[in-house]
Design a protein around this ligand. Structure first.
Ligand SMILES: NC(=O)c1ccc[n+]([C@@H]2O[C@H](COP(=O)([O-])OP(=O)(O)OC[C@H]3O[C@@H](n4cnc5c(N)ncnc54)[C@H](OP(=O)(O)O)[C@@H]3O)[C@@H](O)[C@H]2O)c1
Length: 251
């Protein structure tokens, strides 16, 4: 029987790659994010269903869950999130910190609690949280994002304990540096600053690497729970230790 997954953050990067990977693996997918035109294009390309929603707006999450409930739902993949700024603690921009908490934590927990009944109605299923290595350890300028991703990680860990004995797997995928179209651009606000993040790094991860980790975890036999998978590029041995090739100077 074809399985059906809800994938958030599907308008770009890791989420869009996850939709493609799951569909290629035979899943039906309901893709969501705020930008309808991007979801529409992804649907034209892959045949996924789509429903636009801002996960920080309760009524929009309700409408999304109504769309998810139109057919059996077997998995929820939480990719939506992201970082804003690299504020030192003493300079914290509280609006940015609130937005990061809303996006990575509140939106994720709201979608989780509203979709659990759908997974139970299907006789069980999977919940995947795409957190970050920022949920494992901190770095200077990272505290706002690190705090949000630590919180998101603990939603996954707590949920796994709370669902003990139910046929629902709770899977956490924690990526390190992934070169996606928008992550660093949204975080730092300019293409130049975003390029600097990856400058000289030999083969940062790409969205498809994380999509494959998600696809593989979901495809394991149902008694196997991948609790946590930390995935970094070889060039990155910790959040702060990144090997960079010397850059060639032009001219
Ligand atoms: N790239 C990395 O290095 C990296 C590393 C570790 C973890 N991660 C995590 O992986 C996830 C995906 O990252 P990415 O690199 O693919 O790019 P990204 O730009 O961070 O993607 C964020 C996604 O979340 C959606 N989103 C943001 N706010 C939303 C909201 N309020 N409601 C609904 N959807 C919302 C965005 O779509 P719309 O703008 O269309 O709503 C977009 O699809 C994020 O959770 C990120 O924190 C990324």
């Amino acid at each position: 029987m074809t399985k059906r997954a809800l994938v958030s953050g599907a308008s770009t990067g890791i989420g869009a790659a996850t939709v493609r990977a799951l569909i290629a693996d035979g899943w039906q997918v309901l893709a969501t994010a705020r930008r309808a035109e991007r979801l529409e294009a992804l649907a034209a390309e892959t045949g996924c269903e789509w429903a636009a929603a801002d996960l920080t707006v309760r009524e929009e999450v309700e409408a999304l869950v109504t769309a998810a409930a139109q057919a059996e739902l077997n998995a929820v993949v939480h990719v939506a999130g992201g970082a804003l700024g690299v504020d030192r603690v003493e300079d914290a921009d509280l609006d940015r910190w609130r937005t990061m908490y809303e996006r990575n934590v509140i939106g994720t927990v709201d979608l989780t609690r509203r979709t659990l009944p759908l997974l139970r109605a299907a006789g069980g299923g999977d919940v995947v949280f795409v957190t970050s290595t920022a949920g494992q350890a901190t770095y200077p300028g990272g505290a706002g994002y690190v705090a949000a991703k630590h919180a998101e990680k603990q939603i996954a860990t707590t949920l796994r304990l709370e669902l003990g004995g139910e046929p629902i797997r709770v899977i956490e995928i924690a990526p390190g540096m992934v070169k996606t179209e928008e992550f660093s651009l949204n975080r730092l606000g300019s293409a130049e600053a975003a390029d600097d993040v990856y400058a000289g790094v030999e083969e940062p991860l790409v969205a498809e690497d994380i999509a494959e980790a998600i696809r593989w975890s979901l495809g394991m036999p149902s008694h196997v729970n991948v609790d946590l998978m930390v995935v970094r590029p070889v060039a990155q041995s910790s959040n702060t230790a990144v090997a960079r090739q010397p850059l060639r100077v032009k001219g």
